[in-house]
Design a protein around this ligand. Structure first.
Ligand SMILES: *Cc1c(COP(=O)(O)O)cnc(C)c1O
Length: 465
């Protein structure tokens, strides 16, 4: 399988190449040059498989040429060995037609572990035998950072620099990043919001001199391997609810459009997906874009769902590329316009293409709290605020006879204060996070300027040999 950039000019790469590169050199994102498909028979055959065997069947076409089936199986077995549930991503029924897909059974309590535990294994595999040192740079609104740090802490040949917006992540999220203590982990709290952190990371990738000096890599969902790993659980859940004989709808609490884009990939691969509900909080750029074609960024509002406090959804570019006829030059123009004005209009092809599958829903704080109480009262389920945004949106789009699966993206203990405010229940931290509140924190606070951040990274990273 070869991968092409959404902006049309970066060289095409194989799977190992896109995994290590992250962002394409023309500023675009890598996507497979074509979508592999699974026939209805092949999907039906997934029904009896374990999570790891499902993962191998779904991901094999994407890694062809870089990994053998045996190697992929070995990496998946290692990646999912640290989850605390034998099903890895179990389904929980909460109503006649409603399910939760619990994606938070990994080491850092959010769905990011599903992809990042695998990415950690892939980095190690693809760096083996090379003397290249990898400098991973990422921005996090909370969950990517802890999951990525857990996945690479202490690994040889890798340093990780993680930017988070100072004071805008929960105490559990921050401590999961800052108490790790491994010498290859560098936490930076920036005086700014998440979009600013993300823009600083992109700027380092786009700084040609900087990128020549260090071998940079990304762990944000701009990295294709992350999205690929997330496609798996759409298949795993849907076949358990009757696919391919029955269509299944999903509601996805959305920030950077990575998780829900993985659902789109599953649909392109042949999974019968009835609907993808793009659930947003009041930072509703995606809901507006899907409803009216207006993709214009506003000021970010801080909410109880920090992982969704985003006004520039980087993976939306992948959808616009695919729906716009895969015209890299046209998309590069469209994105340059957006970067200059923070606003753009979707083309008719992009709008019509999205309308068939996606529907956007904005959920405010009151409806979020109601959904948390509803899950408690009707199904005895304590859910986190992000999941509650997804569930509130799901309830507006449930059609009789079509199973609706809300992606439960974080463990409620990760957002204990918000859960307690809404439900009166204070969820306990699971044993697998250990003595989080007794460990010493380590991080550096920096101004949100390019010079401050790139200077810090340059002073602490290992240059190319
Ligand atoms: C990252 C995250 C999201 C948003 O996922 P995207 O892939 O960025 O759309 C939602 N909920 C939680 C808990 C997250 O950590």
């Amino acid at each position: 399988m070869r991968y092409v950039s959404t902006r049309g000019t970066a060289p095409s790469l194989d799977f190992a190449g896109v995994t290590l590169a992250g962002l394409a050199s023309d500023g675009g994102l890598y996507v497979p040059e074509r979508w592999p498909t699974l026939s209805p028979d092949a999907i039906a055959a997934l029904a009896g498989l374990s999570y790891v065997d499902t993962a191998v069947a779904v991901m094999m076409p994407f890694v062809e040429g870089s990994l053998t089936r045996e190697e992929l199986t070995e990496l998946c077995t290692a990646a999912y060995g640290r989850f605390d549930h034998a099903a890895i991503t179990p389904l929980v029924q909460i109503d006649h037609d409603q399910w939760l897909l619990e994606l938070f059974h990994g080491p850092t309590l959010a769905f990011k572990d599903v992809a990042l535990q695998l990415l950690g294994q892939l980095f190690e595999r693809f760096l083996k035998g090379s003397d290249q040192h990898l400098t991973i740079i990422g921005a996090t609104s909370g969950d990517t950072g802890s999951a990525a740090i857990d996945a690479v802490a202490g690994r040889a040949g890798v340093d990780i620099f993680m930017l988070h917006p100072e004071g805008r992540v929960s105490d559990v999220q921050r401590r999961q990043m800052t108490t790790v203590g491994a010498p290859n982990v560098h936490n930076i709290a920036i005086r700014g919001d998440f979009d600013t952190a993300q823009a600083l990371v992109k700027a380092m990738f786009n700084d040609a001199a900087f990128a020549r000096r260090f071998r940079l890599s990304a762990v944000n969902s701009i990295n294709w391997a992350r999205l690929m790993a997330q496609v798996v659980y759409y298949f795993y859940a849907a076949v358990r609810l009757g696919a391919p004989g029955r269509s299944v709808a999903f509601s996805v609490p959305t920030g950077n459009f990575g998780d829900v884009f993985a659902g789109y990939v599953a649909a392109r691969m042949g999974l019968p997906v009835a609907r993808l509900v793009v659930a947003t909080n009041v930072n509703d750029i995606l809901a507006r874009a899907l409803a009216s074609g207006d993709y214009s960024s506003r000021q970010v509002v801080a909410t109880a769902t920090p992982s969704m406090d985003i006004q520039v959804s980087s993976n939306f570019e992948r959808l616009l590329f695919d729906l716009g006829g895969r015209d890299g030059a046209a998309l590069a123009g469209q994105m340059k316009g957006f970067e200059a004005t923070r606003a753009m209009q979707l083309t008719n092809a992009q709008r019509d293409g999205a309308a068939g599958l996606f529907v956007g829903e904005r959920v405010d704080a009151d409806d979020m709290a109601l959904a948390m109480r509803h899950a408690c009262e009707t199904a005895a389920q304590v859910i986190d605020p992000h999941t509650a945004i997804g569930l509130a949106a799901a309830r507006r789009h449930t059609a009789p006879g079509v199973p609706m699966v809300t992606l439960a993206t974080a463990h409620p203990a990760k957002f204990r204060d918000a859960v307690e405010r809404a439900t009166g229940v204070r969820p306990a931290l699971p044993a697998r996070v250990g003595d989080l509140f007794d460990r010493e924190e380590r991080f550096t606070v920096l101004d949100a300027t390019y010079d401050a951040v790139s200077g810090y990274v340059a002073a602490h990273a290992v240059p190319r040999g």
